[in-house]
Design a protein around this ligand. Structure first.
Ligand SMILES: [Zn+2]
Ligand SMILES: [Zn+2]
Length: 142
């Protein structure tokens, strides 16, 4: 069963060939600045996302290894995508809020948990990782 999503104004939309089962939260300062809140996202492999209105995306290179795309008309945060070579290259971290129907998707993990503001917490038993743990996981292996 496929699912669809879009930005607030509809200039950018997409369809997924696979329904995501889990989503994750990133509490890092970049995600907080970019979304104006907290970035809740689900991962999808490159071949499973079909974008429409791609010409309306504003793509910002936010680090040496990733880019962030938002709608150039309404400003919705659409996705984070890894650009650095490796297993993660091209994987979309789509904003959960862009899905037309986000039902049935459970929260699996929270990363940069040590950067989470005091003002909110997510309920449930999630897999939590600190900034140091995240960087250790993605560090080049000798
Ligand atoms: Zn838009
Ligand atoms: Zn982040």
């Amino acid at each position: 069963m496929s699912r669809s999503g879009s930005c607030l104004c509809g200039a950018v939309s997409y369809t997924l060939s696979e329904t995501p089962e889990k989503c994750g939260v990133c509490h890092c300062s970049m995600c907080r600045k970019w979304t104006g809140g907290v970035f809740v996202a689900f991962m999808t492999a490159p071949g499973t996302v079909t974008l429409a209105g791609e010409e309306n995306l504003n793509v910002f290179t936010s680090s040496e290894w990733a880019e962030r795309a938002s709608c150039s008309k309404c400003g919705s945060s659409m996705f984070y995508r890894v650009t650095a070579p490796g297993q993660e290259q091209g994987v979309y971290h789509m904003g959960l809020g862009t899905l037309d129907d986000a039902s049935g998707i459970t929260l699996g993990q929270e990363i940069f948990i040590d950067k989470k503001p005091d003002s909110y917490s997510f309920a449930g038993d999630t897999h939590k990782m600190t900034e140091a743990e995240v960087f250790a996981m993605f560090a080049p292996q000798d």
